[in-house]
Ligand binder design. Sequence first.
Ligand code: SF4
Length: 263
Amino acid sequence: MTAEQKTVLARFLDIAGAYLEDGYRRPGEEYGFTDDGGEAPESRCADPSSGNTLPPPGDTLEGIAADIRSCRSCSLGAVRTNAVPGEGAENPLVLVIGEGPGQEEDRTGRPFVGRAGQLLDKMLAAIGLRREENCFIANVVKCRPPENRDPQATEALCCKPFLRRQIACLRPRIIFCVGKVAANLLLENDGQTAIGSLRGRFFEYPAEKPPPAAAGTEDRISGSIPVLATYHPSALLRNEDLKRPAWEDLKLLRSKLEEIKGP
Ligand code: SF4
């Protein structure tokens, strides 16, 4: 059992004990748990840079979602309520990638449905995008990190094969990363590069070819996919000053889409 799993269990037992005793919820205490010995969760993950993570033949969005829902490859799988594979159009113009599910997403199994999700929908609508029509919304990790912390690097790498399979099936025209976790993972940075220095310009994601089952999508695009990053909607809710640069990024995204779609 990992330290994180022990902490979640201990917190639950403390709250349940206090409630049964007198109904009073006492302030939480710090726990000093450590991981048990043995194989660490991340060591069971496929190396995302290896050939093992290439999309298998016949891969489909439904198949990926089923694999995600049955996955327990990292410690987040033990503490989730629902996995959140993602949702949206099957042939999207834009694939939006966030960090990971929050409380509401964990409860519903749907991505970006809380306050940040409502803001994301408004941001996309401002440039003519809707998740039901021309976007697909996904996250770096498909299970909720406890207490809404950022996904750890090992968790992000462990889950990355699912994202790569989704990208290969969806073949989006543009990938739009919201927040530094998604941007760093897609661009294979050290994970620590600030979003302020990644936003405002396009990068390239060297996409795999679509799997055979996605025949008919090959003519949509080939080779790399443009990647644009901006601030996470949660950051915009916390800091009004970030809304102006985020709007500049949305205008860049709109211009690129117009360029791709042509006259
Ligand atoms: S976060 Fe990803 S790798 Fe970890 S258990 Fe969930 S689906 Fe599996």
